[in-house]
Design a protein around this ligand. Structure first.
Ligand code: GLU
Length: 505
């Protein structure tokens, strides 16, 4: 079979995590079977339409690397892919159902429908449209429509009995036909409802597998009845488990409880590989139980029978954890450095040699969770006039002697490579007969302004002799000036002291 899948997001706001999740499974299933993946824009709800949203959905898919084979952007054999541009097609199909007496026009006003509902309530009847326009003659129906009276078109659904739906993950599900009584297909504004548009498009676009979120399961009997009305073959339905909020309620993922915007995670420095991997685990597992895998690996191993119908919880903390693992171990250094470089540029950092960046990314990667953390941690590699944080000040205060000694020792060191620097520091610590930390902590504080930073030897080598000398000098001036940031009345003295030392150097 020539597999065709699709996602059909509605452009109503921020590109949603749920769209990425469903997009991933549709993409992977299509690619697994050498099929096609379509992205169609369902913009028939004009009241919720957001003009920028379509572009952002496409950008999200691009960022995730889930490229549709057919879409509003790349076109395709079933153009157009925006439902608002397919209104004639829906009307044609509705006309066909009207002609075949499988659908009918209903002319009730909003007030009449309201009254009908109130009466049903009073009489304790099931709510729902009671089919009162079914009995209009086709002559009357045509005349009233021709005279411009507003109407909707409704499907003639069976008055009793059940409709059987097959879901590939759940098997057969039976729905009472009274629950879907005479659903609206065409609204009075001439736009199709979701049900009509989805079925017509899925059929015309050759969709073989409808993989969508569980919340659409109750629409599936309507769709099944519509397929029957058109005498079309139904596609395979696969309803993915809904993503849940990570709190006790475990309700459907909602932006009121949690950040559901993919753009927002992207801006926080989550990388697409990690997000895809995390979303994959929400509904599926690798046959060998591996937690970390690439999109290609998922495609290679994918099958529907490993989709689990649990209630997957989308936990941003776990996503960050997964992201950290990607940044630390899984993304090759050069690749990671390319991504970080762009952020460093935007942060206004400047450097001469890209090898410097490779070294920085290499020592920082064990300490970050997101791409943005690189920027937050790396300032001292690019700026010489950083301030000292409180912890660092404490370390400096107790390290004056060591810094003075090391300044002297480093100045005499000819080769500033890893081994020489490491030997020097170790020998010095041994001579002093103190713990490593006593010497390394003030040195780290002097080099970075922080108490928390990568290994001192790494820092020494990456910064190089000139910067190391300059920074130790600056720290000693600072100590000599009495750690002025602690005593705001003395900033002038600090500046002068720094200058004097520099001039002396
Ligand atoms: N427009 C629906 C959505 O936003 C599509 C549902 C479907 O896939 O049939 O999810």
């Amino acid at each position: 079979m020539n597999v065709v899948t699709r996602i059909a997001p509605s452009p109503t706001g921020d590109p949603h995590i749920g769209t990425a999740y469903i997009g991933l499974f549709n993409y992977v299933f299509a690619k697994r079977h050498g099929g096609r993946f379509i992205l169609r824009i369902e913009d028939t709800d004009r009241s919720r339409y957001n003009a920028l949203s379509e572009e952002r959905i496409l950008a999200m898919m691009d960022w995730l690397g889930l490229d549709p084979d057919e879409s509003t952007a790349v076109g395709g054999p079933h153009s157009p892919y925006r439902q608002s541009e397919r209104l004639d097609l829906y009307r044609e199909h509705v006309d066909r159902l009207l002609k075949e007496d499988k659908a009918y026009r209903a002319f009730e006003t909003a007030e009449e429908l309201e009254e009908m509902r109130n009466e049903q309530k009073r009489k304790g009847l099931d709510p729902g449209y009671d089919g009162r326009s079914r009995c209009l003659s086709s002559q009357e129906s045509d005349d009233r429509a021709a005279s411009g009276e507003p109407f909707v078109v409704r499907l003639k659904t069976p008055l009793d009995g059940t409709t059987r739906v097959v879901d590939a993950l759940r098997g057969e599900i039976t729905f009472d036909n009274r629950e879907v009584r005479d659903v609206v297909l065409l609204k009075s504004d001439g736009y199709p409802t979701y049900h009509l548009a989805a079925v017509v498009d899925d059929h015309l676009m050759g969709v073989t597998h409808v993989i969508r979120a569980e919340e659409w399961i109750t629409s599936t009997p309507i769709h099944t009845l519509l397929y029957q009305a058109f005498s079309w073959e139904t596609p395979v339905f696969v309803h993915m488990p809904l993503l849940r909020n990570p709190d006790e309620t475990r309700t459907k993922l909602s932006k009121r409880k949690l950040d559901t915007s993919v753009d927002s995670y992207r801006e926080q420095g989550i990388i697409p590989e990690a997000l895809l991997n995390y979303l994959a685990l929400m509904g599926w597992s690798m046959p060998d139980g591996r937690e970390f895998f690439s999109l290609q690996e998922m495609i290679g191993a994918f099958s529907l029978d490993r989709i689990s119908l649990g209630a997957p919880v989308f936990d941003p903390k776990k996503l960050r954890f997964m992201n950290a693992k990607y940044l630390r171990d899984l993304i090759p250094l050069e690749n990671l450095t390319r991504r970080v470089k762009t952020l460093f540029e935007s942060a206004g950092f400047a450097w001469e040699d890209d090898d410097y960046l490779l070294d920085i990314v290499d020592v920082l990667r064990p300490r970050v969770e997101t791409l943005n953390d690189f920027v937050a941690h790396a300032g001292y590699f690019f700026e010489d006039d950083f301030s000292y944080d409180d912890q660092a000040k404490k370390k400096l205060a107790s390290g004056q002697k060591y810094l003075e000694d090391l300044e002297r020792e480093f100045s005499m060191l000819e080769f500033f490579d890893y081994d020489s620097v490491d030997d020097l520091v170790h020998d010095y610590v041994q001579e002093q007969g103190v713990g490593m930390g006593k010497v390394l902590q003030p040195l780290r504080a002097a080099l970075t302004g922080r108490a928390q930073a990568p290994s001192v030897t790494d820092l020494l080598v990456i910064l190089g002799k000139r910067k190391v000398m300059q920074r130790i000098g600056r720290a000693l001036s600072y100590i000599n000036a009495g750690l002025p940031d602690d005593k705001p009345q003395r900033p002038e003295k600090a500046k002068n002291a720094t200058k004097t030392r520099h001039e002396a150097a």
